[in-house]
Design a protein around this ligand. Structure first.
Ligand code: MG
Length: 382
């Protein structure tokens, strides 16, 4: 079990659930971070008494410093503040629950300090999977996935030789619009898209789940995390979301991990691994599980998934450009500035226009990320 934890993105969905897990497992929280100064952040700071709170926005950080002036808490800001929250001496584990490419530098800094990374930020591996995994291997920093699918694969592979793995069966619910035609998705509103039938998540990931870009990002993430080729990953639609993913071994045996749909479980495991401890979460009731079904994904009507698989195969800066363009388009969709189907158009066009650089370094990746965002804002903005 880790001895202290820093939570990047503490006011988001995963961040809040991490604090709940920290509380009931008794793991001290030594740093929090958020974009803005909010009442929730102050409440968290007063409850957990971290040494450090990083508020990304400078002006908001000043407000927050005033708000907690009666405490010992040090308030830092900007990207350097986020890096200090991730990589400072105060913790031995960082939960990277920030959304977007902003998580990349802090995660790399924490890897340099050999901290355990409880990885909940998809963009880190999607954009810079090769760099991140290479540095983690070199420094010996452990990366334990928080995403339910990757946690499942991680658990199924634990203690097994990598040569025994034939392929990963990455399951997904299919999202709220499974079975619908792309033409019928044209008029989907943000309110409809953020209502996921199975998982309770933040707005950005809920939209990604509706377009199935989320499964595509997870595909790329799995490739890096478990050092497999795109051909060794098969996406399987499983609407009940009881099986959280599976591995097929070379003798044909399939091992699955099952559980309730509660992100608290994989979060707790990432903090206690390789140990397990009792949890307050619900358990599966097999008498109530009448059917578990599996089917192939509908690539035609969910083109984001197909695009992501193509980018996984293309490699280089391709996944980063796609992901950054998607992130920008999703935020525009959430603000009512872009139609649902245009999210795919923006991601696909960005890849076409910006192109793919092979074997990019961190600077090239960050430039590709910025170029993709600019492109979508200029070409797709009103
Ligand atoms: Mg997931």
């Amino acid at each position: 079990m880790v001895s202290s934890v820093s939570v990047l993105g503490s006011t988001g969905s995963i961040g809040r659930q991490t604090l709940y897990v920290a509380e009931h497992t008794g793991i001290p929280v030594t740093a929090l971070s958020a974009n803005r100064s909010t009442a929730l952040l102050e409440e968290q700071a007063r409850r957990f008494r971290p040494k450090l709170v990083a508020v990304y926005d400078e002006a908001a950080a000043r407000d927050f410093r005033t708000a907690v002036a009666d405490t010992e808490i040090r308030v830092v800001s900007g990207i350097n503040g986020l890096i200090e929250a991730a990589a400072g001496d105060h913790c031995d584990c960082v939960v990277t629950a920030v959304s977007g490419a902003i998580g990349l530098r802090p995660t790399l800094a924490a890897i340099e300090q050999k901290k355990r990374i409880a990885l909940a930020n998809k963009e880190t591996l999607v954009c810079a999977g090769e760099i991140v995994m290479r540095r983690a291997k070199e420094t010996g920093a452990e990366i334990v996935p928080v995403d339910s699918e990757h946690s499942a694969v991680f658990q199924c592979l634990a203690g097994r030789r990598r040569e025994e793995l034939r392929r990963i069966l990455l399951t997904g619910s299919g999202g709220p619009f499974r079975g619908m035609k792309r033409s019928a998705l044209e008029s989907i509103t943000p309110a409809q898209a953020v209502k996921h039938p199975k998982w309770n998540m933040g707005a950005k990931i809920s939209v990604d789940s509706a377009t199935m870009m989320n499964k595509g990002l997870e595909f790329i993430e799995a490739m890096h995390l478990f050092s497999v080729t795109p051909e060794q990953i098969q996406v399987v639609i499983h609407p009940q979301s009881v099986v959280h993913s599976m591995v097929e071994l070379i003798d044909g045996t399939v091992i699955a991990q099952l559980g309730v749909q509660d992100m608290g479980l994989p979060i707790q495991l990432a903090l206690t691994w390789p140990e397990r401890c009792p949890s307050p979460f619900d358990t599966l009731d097999f008498y109530q599980l009448h059917e578990l079904t599996f089917e192939a994904p509908d690539y035609e009507n969910m083109p984001c998934l197909a695009l992501a698989v193509d980018m996984a195969k293309a490699g280089g800066s391709g996944p980063c450009v796609m992901s950054a363009a998607n992130e920008t388009a999703v935020h525009m969709f959430l603000r009512g500035e872009l139609g649902f189907n245009r999210i795919y158009d923006a991601a696909a066009r960005a890849v076409e226009k910006i192109g793919i650089t092979e074997d990019p370094d961190l600077e090239t990746i960050l430039e590709a990320d910025a170029a993709a965002r600019r492109f979508v804002e200029e070409e797709f903005g009103r």
